[in-house]
Each structure stands twice: as C-alpha cells, then as structure tokens.
Design a protein around this ligand. Sequence first.
Ligand SMILES: NC(=O)c1ccc[n+]([C@@H]2O[C@H](COP(=O)([O-])OP(=O)(O)OC[C@H]3O[C@@H](n4cnc5c(N)ncnc54)[C@H](O)[C@@H]3O)[C@@H](O)[C@H]2O)c1
Length: 358
Amino acid sequence: MTVMRVGIVGCGEVTQIMHLPSLNQLSDRFQVTALCDISAKVLDEVSSAWNVSNRFQDYRDLVKQDDVDAVLVANPNAYHAQVVLAAIAAGKHVLIEKPMCMNLREADEIIAAANQHPEVVVQVGYMRRYAPAFAAACKQIPDLGPIRLARVHDILGRNSLFIKDTSKVVRADDIPQEAIVENQQLVDQGIAEAIGDGPPELRFVYSLLLGLSSHDISAMRELLGMPKRVLYAAQRQGGLYLSAAFDYGDFVCQFETGIDSIPRFDAHLEVYGEERMLRVQYNTPYVRNLPIRLTVTELSEEGGVVEHTEQPAWGDAFVAEWQAFYENIVEQRVPKTSPADFRKDLELFVSMVTLMRN
Ligand SMILES: NC(=O)c1ccc[n+]([C@@H]2O[C@H](COP(=O)([O-])OP(=O)(O)OC[C@H]3O[C@@H](n4cnc5c(N)ncnc54)[C@H](O)[C@@H]3O)[C@@H](O)[C@H]2O)c1
C-alpha cells in the first residue's frame, strides 16, 4: 500500500481529538509528516506528542514541502479558502474540514482550481456522510416507496461539555492580537459577502449554518436530493435555535437545530414511507467510536410492527472519511463530498437567511 504523507494546517481541537488518532489508526495508509499552527505553543506540544519534526507557523511553507502529498485544512473557517487554493496550486490532495469556505465566491474559486487540477483530490470533511449506517440508509431509500415526510433534527449540548471529561486539548492561548483581529475581520467580510448587511443574529445564524448545520443539511441532500426550495426558515434566541422546512414536491423535510447545556447529542435524520420508516442516529464525534445506528420500523406481515436497529460496522466516522479519501486518491475519483457538492449547501443557507429577514 502506498503511504500518503499528510501535512496538517490547524492543530486545535478537531485535529487533536479526531484527526491525529484517526491517521494513527490508519498508519498503513497515512503518515503525518508536517504540522502547521499559528500558535507556537500548540505547534510545539502537538508536534512533540505525535513525533512530527517538520513544524511551520505559516501554511504557505507547509504546502511547498516535497514530503507532503495531502493537506488537511483544519484551521479557522475564514482561512479555509486561501489554504485550499494554495494546496491545490502546489499539487497536493486536500481534505478540508467543513465548512469548505465562507461564501459562494470562495466556493467558485475552489471549484475552478480543482477543475484546473483534476489530478488532485479535493474532499470536504463531512464525516457523518461516510458513516456505514448512513450509507445503509441511503441504499434503503428506494425501498421505502413514496416518501411522505422527512425530518432532520440536531439538538445538542455545547462541545465543551463532552470534551472536558474525555480529552486533553492543548489550547492556543498565545495567538498574537493582530492575528485574532485579522481572523475576525475575515469572518465579518466573508459573512457580509454571503448575506449582505444584517442584524447580529442573522450573522450568527449564518455561522451556525456553516458550522453545525452544514453536517445536517448536506446529509439531507445525499439522502433525499436537493430540495426544490426552502418553504420557510426562522430563528429564535439570537440565532441559536433554527427551524426550517424544505420543499421536495411530494413531501416536506422539517429541519430543527439548537445548542443547550444538556450534555447529550441528538442528531438524527428520519424518512417516513407508507409502511416503513428509517432513522439514522448520530452521537457526539468528540468521543471516538461511539455507535452510529440505523433503525428501520415497519409494518410486519402479521399486521404488527417490526423494528430493527443496525450498526453495520464498529469504527469512527472520521476514520471512514480518511479511508474514503485514500481510496479517492488511489482510484482518482471525485469525492461525493466535493467542492461542487458543498456549494449546494451554501445556496440553501443563503435562501434560509433570506427567508429569516421577513
Ligand atoms: N467535522 C467536524 O465535526 C468538526 C468538528 C470540529 C471542528 N471542525 C472544523 O475544524 C476546524 C477547526 O476547528 P477546531 O474546533 O479544531 O478549532 P480550534 O480553534 O480548536 O483550532 C484551530 C487551530 O487553528 C490554529 N490557527 C488559527 N489561525 C491559524 C492560521 N492562520 N494558520 C494556522 N493555524 C491557525 C489555532 O491556533 C488553533 O490551534 C473548523 O473549520 C471547524 O469548523 C469540524
């Protein structure tokens, strides 16, 4: 097996808890050869803990390295586009944490760059879509018959509630003030370009859509296809709670999300047919290897109800995502979570925010 050499840009929470352990588990396929973080403290401690000697504080230096075949982009959202473009230009494969970028202009630049470099695989890190239980649900959709209703639900406690008792994370508390200001300016500009002017709660909504909801809405699209339009969208509690309805013609998909202080993670997708329904249930990604399950509930031959729950494989969705990335590189395939696929999420987010203005 060819071993892909990976350089990581951004060594914070998701890299420390999810990506480095996943890459370590897949050491027959991947070797981490370079790390980059703007925080000297994070860079130093994470590189030492994982025994990586090539360390950079500027991503432009990392993407130039000859011993890097693929780049993981896991720094703050507002920097994703520039890092992805630099990595593609340097001829490196790229796995980008969601959101791929902040707005449609950046998405189109990445799509154009990826089209100019078809030898390079560019995959968006929607790991929930690589979970075997989700793939099993997608396969079973045609057997449901006409869909009557669907539901996408994501209510969870803040990430810190899960992390504090399960992981140790080295925090970037030494980032220079000008870098903090620059990041905030890039966030503000990126959001303004996406949705125009608006009250703070709408800017917060857009950030929540890019962050948490992009998982839910992209999974909805893979399971059910692209909706015809957004029927309604509303926000409450300063943008922390969202609900929306997506029009699929013969049925409507309800969406609801919110973040509270109960340390539980309830993210699920439900699809209702006449005699059978499917439910994919996710758990927090911050505790590795928690089961992701598909439950099928249906009318039995005897006129009763049969329910069965499957967990097609043990393992973590982040590992499944890296396995798919590897196969996409080796087989020169365009990932299902491609830049063009991500663009569809941005289109829906802009429609949702537009409806929330009314
Ligand atoms: N797939 C998922 O479920 C999932 C979960 C969490 C986070 N994420 C995504 O991963 C990314 C990182 O999230 P996180 O929670 O690890 O954040 P984090 O704040 O914990 O880590 C970000 C790291 O990037 C570093 N950084 C900041 N600016 C930088 C720059 N210009 N160049 C290089 N490094 C820089 C910081 O010092 C920090 O160590 C985000 O895009 C986030 O949306 C995805």
